[in-house]
Design a protein around this ligand. Structure first.
Ligand code: PEP
Ligand code: MG
Length: 894
């Protein structure tokens, strides 16, 4: 077997940054920083292979692991000049998890490990600081108790509160050595009371307990939820990092902080971060104390309402700050990306605890990618790969209309951009429940923790009363693209009573508020929002992306305004114009119902004649918006019953228009009802049985195309698409009808336009027989919504009831209606494309199901060499970038 343990520290390391699969992100970067000669406390990483082994062997470790860990720990002892468990000069370590990609807050951390009733005295003597030693010990019992032993942290917090009340003290900082000593004793008693056995005094037992807890935490529910939301495979496993402790809480020359080498919200090229004097790292991240700014400029510019106006690190520790700034430049130049860094200052000496590529908003990602390229650190192609396509969605979020009236409640920190309104909820489960029921909610918490992830995901936005820009809420919300205001310190939340108060005002659960995550403002009620403009860095990166993209990107749009939006987002035509929505319009639906309920062809034609001019107008509007670009119009698809009246008054209205009896109409409607409408009388089956419907639509299309082309517009080339085709016969019959209409219209108008007739491939039979169907088709468009439904045999309309548990149980890695089921549906798409092209090498092939806007599915389409993807207007930029990245990745693979 390979090496289970990798050492780092003292200017060298056994690992490297590119060993993330084995060492996890944190371990690999600690190794890299150590090898670069940066000040990294020595330690070692237990590999992810041990995690895999552990789960493959009934939670047993590889036989040699204990000896490897003992040996490496000895080396760390030598390097630090202290010994693990030594009562005079104890080595203390941190134990942290670190998976291949960062999973913020998901896995567990234990600090100060190695303290017990004896070593705490050694630490006190050695540091000359009793208070520090006992504070460290109680923190260790608290963290270890919570994370490893499962004694909930509120037990400990309660004990602290009781003690402070007894002593009449308000702040933790007022507690002295003796207080912490008493509390450490009470903490141990509490652990013994809850668990029925004492807190472990043996440092070896402590170490292995913590290592086991890290590996064990890979499979806890919140970690699984996080992985599911971020498509992280279950089998990656986590590494464990054991590292000598350095202390940011050894008095006023000590500090701890987190920093980004550029602003993670805006991308601005300026050091951005927070620190706390005399604190341990977890204090910053947990949002327990609100930290101070790193730079003087940030302190001066900040909106102090929710932040801390205390001196910046640049002012209070100028020498260390300047060292830190040099380290930032080195790391950025080395990694060629913005870094997210954790550091500690122990009695004036700087220690680096972590560096990784920093999470950022889409806005920042764009700016950083474009800036790094212009600074010459990366090339344009690399810049294109640096922005996650799905994250662009954040930029498409609305902002507050500056002219809209508003009622400011309070301000906090602008933790994640975008604006959102919704009803207040105080609990993550409730947020999820209400969102599932279709409500828009804002999750309001004192602070968030990893247990709240599902609620944050379900919410439109997140508001917290405590915590800084790097608090859990801020980091997670940015990653999810949810607007977030954090550290709104004036808010008091009483979740039990279902209210929050702020400056004398009360907001109850269910009341609507609006968040502006870009300014940190919170408003009472709903505030009008505006759509974003996509210029500047966005346009630059999109332009670069377009130079690497092979796939064309079209849109699914069926109104002129949607077509316009899509074109502004860069759509290169329409890949799917659904025509059924046009039929629902208030002043048409009666004619539509009349058409459906008519007894004979003559009755239908009379109703269709009323619809023709309206359809022609629809198409003219769309052709004008898309002038010069291809427009694929899908003829009527849905089952007719969807258009039928339900209420008596509606029957009466249609009966009056048709001059027939309402009762007779109801009977006719009854005749049309189906057991399985999704598999019923829909798609081309309507065209076959009621040819006049498609003939009317074809006429409207040709007349509109001629009107636009002979007017002032650029020529349009309509592509008429026949839905739900299963056999070549269906297509050739309907193609014949369309051609006959084209000839008639061209003859009447004395002019013609070029056009195509093609089909959707949305049934397994169509994919299997695509070679024969291709004979009658000028193009194929994969309707992967129906193809997924019919391949897996899952109803599109009913799937949500059981798909969630299916995805949770990993039966499907993702919802197959969102991301293409590559193994099943994908095989049919691939077969359909191959068979179609075998008959017609230049057959144009695209995809227009929802998957056309999903980056993973787009990568799959690139692999098949399809011609285009088509997606909803707001996904067009995402598709352009995803297509470029897919092409770049394909090129790399050769
Ligand atoms: C499809 O089935 O994938 C499709 C695009 O058509 P619709 O969603 O309208 O059924
Ligand atoms: Mg369909």
């Amino acid at each position: 077997m390979g090496q289970w343990v990798y050492r780092f520290g003292d200017g060298s390391a056994e690992g490297r940054a590119d060993m993330k699969e084995l060492l996890g992100g944190k371990g690999a970067n600690l190794a890299e920083m150590a090898a670069l000669g940066l000040p990294v406390p020595p330690g070692f990483t237990i590999t992810t292979e041990v995690c895999t082994y552990y789960y493959d062997h009934d939670r047993q470790y590889p036989g040699s692991l204990r000896a490897d860990v003992d040996g490496t720990l000895k080396a760390v002892e030598t390097s630090v000049g202290a010994a693990f468990g030594d009562t005079d000069n104890p080595l203390l370590v941190s134990v942290r998890s670190g998976a291949r990609v960062s999973m913020p807050g998901m896995m567990d951390t234990v600090l100060n490990l190695g303290l017990n009733d004896e070593t705490v005295q050694g630490l006190a003597r050695q540091s000359g600081d009793d208070r520090f030693a006992w504070d460290s010990y109680r923190r260790f019992i608290q963290m270890y108790g919570d994370v490893v032993l499962g004694v909930d942290h509120h037990h400990f917090e309660e004990l602290i509160e009781i003690h402070k009340e007894e002593r009449g003290q308000d702040l933790d900082t007022e507690l002295q050595a003796e207080d912490w000593k008493i509390l450490a004793g009470r903490f141990k008693d509490k652990v013994a009371e809850v668990l029925g056995h004492p807190f472990p005094q043996d440092v070896g037992e402590q170490l292995w307990g913590a290592i086991g807890a890290v590996f064990g935490s890979w499979r806890i529910d919140r970690a699984k939820t996080y992985r599911r939301l971020h498509a992280i495979p279950e089998d990656w496993g986590t590494a464990v990092n054991v590292q000598a402790m350095v202390f940011g809480n050894m008095g006023d020359t000590s500090a701890t902080g987190v920093a980004f080498t550029r602003n993670p919200a805006t991308g601005e090229h300026a050091i951005y971060g927070e620190y706390l004097i005399n604190a341990q790292g977890e204090d910053v991240v947990a949002g327990i104390r609100t930290p101070q700014h790193l730079t003087k400029a940030a302190r001066e510019n900040a909106n102090h309402a929710g932040g801390n106006a205390g001196p910046s690190m640049e002012e209070s520790m100028p020498d260390v700050f300047s060292q830190l700034s040099d380290v930032f430049v080195r790391l950025e130049t080395h990694y060629r990306d913005m870094q997210d860094i954790e550091f500690t200052v122990q009695r004036g000496k700087l220690w680096m605890l972590q560096t990784r590529s920093g999470k950022r908003t889409a806005k920042a990602a764009l700016k950083i990618a474009v800036d790094l390229a212009s600074e010459g650190l990366i090339d344009e192609k690399t810049a294109v790969t640096r922005v996650e396509p799905a994250a662009l969605d954040q930029l498409l979020h609305p902002t507050l209309d500056p002219d809209a009236p508003r009622d400011l409640l309070t301000r906090g920190l602008p933790a994640s951009p975008g604006a959102a309104s919704g009803s207040v909820v105080f609990d993550a489960d409730e947020a999820e429940r209400r969102a599932k029921a279709g409500d828009r909610v804002i999750l309001c918490r004192v602070e968030t923790s990893p247990e709240d992830i599902h609620g944050m995901h379900a919410a439109e936005g997140v508001l917290t009363a405590r915590g800084g820009m790097t608090s859990h809420a801020a980091v997670v919300a940015r990653g999810m693209g949810r607007p977030c205001v954090s550290g709104a310190g004036q808010i008091r939340i009483d979740a039990k009573a279902g209210v929050m108060t702020c400056g004398g005002r009360q907001i109850a659960e269910g009341d609507v508020i609006t968040l502006d995550g870009s300014s940190g403002e919170v408003f009472v009620g709903e505030v009008k929002t505006l759509q974003p403009e996509l210029a500047g860095d966005f346009a630059t990166l999109m332009r670069w992306a377009d130079t690497y993209r092979r796939l064309r990107v079209r849109t699914n749009a069926d109104t002129p305004p949607d077509s316009k939006t899509a074109r502004e987002f860069g759509a290169e035509g329409i890949g799917l114009c659904r025509t059924e929505h046009m039929f629902f319009d208030d002043n048409r639906i009666v004619a539509v119902r009349q058409m459906i309920l008519a007894d004979d062809r003559a009755g239908r034609e009379e109703a269709l004649a009323k619809l023709l001019p309206m359809q022609r107008d629809d198409f003219e509007g769309i052709f004008r918006e898309m002038s010069g670009l291809p427009v694929t119009i899908r003829l009527l698809d849905p089952p007719l019953h969807e258009f039928l009246p339900r209420e008596d008054s509606e029957f009466a209205e249609v009966a009056a228009a048709m001059g027939v009896d309402a009762k007779a109409l109801k009977d006719r409607a009854e005749d049309l009802s189906e057991f399985n409408p999704m598999l019923g009388h829909r798609g081309c089956r309507l065209g076959i049985t009621y040819p006049e419907i498609y003939e009317m639509q074809a006429r409207a299309i040709f007349e509109a195309a001629i009107a636009v082309t002979t007017g002032d517009g650029d020529p349009v080339e309509p592509e008429i698409m026949i839905p739900l085709v299963a056999t070549e016969k269906e297509l050739s019959i309907l193609r014949g009808h369309v051609e006959a209409v084209a000839e008639a219209v061209f003859r009447e108008k004395g002019t013609s336009v070029p056009y195509k007739v093609g089909t959707m491939i949305e049934l397994p039979r169509a994919a299997i027989c695509a070679d024969r169907i291709a004979g009658a088709a000028d193009f194929f468009s994969f309707g992967t919504n129906d193809l997924t439904q019919t391949t897996i045999g899952i109803s599109r309309d009913d799937a949500s009831r059981f798909l969630d548990p299916y995805v949770k149980m990993d039966i499907f890695p993702q919802d197959p209606f969102v991301s293409l089921d590559v193994d099943g549906v994908g095989t049919l798409v691939s077969m359909g494309a191959d068979k179609g092209r075998a008959v017609k090498p230049d057959l144009k092939i695209g995809i227009c199901g929802e998957h056309g806007g999903d980056p993973a599915s787009i990568t799959f389409c690139e692999g098949l060499g399809l011609d285009y993807v088509s997606c909803s207007p707001f996904r067009v930029p995402i598709a352009r970038l995803a297509a470029a990245q897919a092409a770049i990745a394909a090129e790399k693979q050769g």
